[in-house]
Design a protein around this ligand. Structure first.
Ligand code: IPE
Ligand code: IPE
Ligand code: MG
Length: 255
């Protein structure tokens, strides 16, 4: 007798009614590991940087769509602390992207009430990158709509070590009692302290790993992976991820 394995049914196409986005259950915070730019370019016989350029246009589309859906925070992994290992030419190109992106797109961000923020060690970025990002943060700081949070020179282990150092020095100086440190204390020193935790993590390109992204913050996020390379990601792919999220049961350790 065949076993009744419920997970097999998950592969079945969803009934029509379930393929619509439930606008009352939009993830508040979506975090995306935008991966596959290089492979997208390679498939087309183009240099890797062509993939990064195309990926930047996808960011614009996805930001508009997420904001229209009512997402509160969109965190985009743009450059990791490990990405410095790449060839200098590629790193230089990646460091110019925020400048190009904001030059063409900042007016629309301002107009759409979007607030630009960053997480990561900004002062190690080249001056021109810092300047563009700072201007975007400054010009959108009074906006009240979606937070567009770029992880730029971000590494989660580094972030956790920095928090630990800060707390340890406070304990050393007698400002803080070691046994008064709670999860909330720790959380309040993270780059993301003012944001709600990610509800949904998306990674493109078929890789299924975190690559040092938001290790603490993703403790209870729902993960969604797609084979799609970032430059081929569309509004529909985002819808697909959200619909999938909406069909999950978040239990947080309960029943
Ligand atoms: C993601 O695409 C962009 C960054 C990491 C900056 P990749 O450049 O990692 O593309 P693949 O993974 O090599 O295809
Ligand atoms: C993660 O992608 C970093 C960003 C998307 C910015 P990578 O392409 O750098 O990750 P690995 O090397 O495949 O783990
Ligand atoms: Mg990659």
């Amino acid at each position: 007798m065949p076993l009744n394995l419920p997970f097999i049914n998950r592969r079945d196409p969803k009934p029509e009614a379930e393929t619509e986005i439930d606008t009352t259950n939009i993830p508040k915070h979506i975090a995306i590991i935008m991966d596959g730019n290089g492979r997208w370019a390679k498939d087309k016989g183009l240099p890797r940087i062509a993939g990064h350029k195309e990926g930047m246009d996808v960011v614009k589309k996805v930001v508009r769509h997420a904001s229209d859906l009512g997402v509160e925070v969109l965190t985009l992994y743009a450059f990791s602390t490990e990405n410095w290992k790449r060839p200098k030419k590629e790193v230089d190109f990646l460091m110019k992207l925020p400048v190009d992106f904001l030059q063409t797109y900042l007016p629309e961000l301002v107009e759409n009430n979007i607030r630009v923020q960053t997480i990561g060690t900004k002062d190690l970025l080249p001056k021109h990158t810092q300047k563009a990002v700072d201007e975007a943060i400054h010009r959108t700081e009074n906006n009240s709509g979606m937070v567009l949070n770029f992880a730029l020179n971000y590494g989660s282990r580094n972030e956790i070590v920095e928090v630990t150092r800060m707390l340890a020095s406070k304990v050393e100086e007698g400002e803080l009692a070691a046994d008064s440190i709670t999860e909330e204390t720790f959380n309040s020193y993270l780059y993301t302290s003012h944001l709600c935790e990610p509800d949904l993590l998306i990674r493109t390109s078929g890789e299924q790993r975190l690559s040092n992204f938001l290790l603490w913050q993703l403790a209870y996020a729902e993960f969604w992976f797609t084979e799609v390379y970032w430059p081929s990601f569309t509004e529909y792919t985002l819808n697909e991820a959200i619909i999938n999220y909406q069909n999950r049961k978040r239990r947080y350790g309960g029943v």
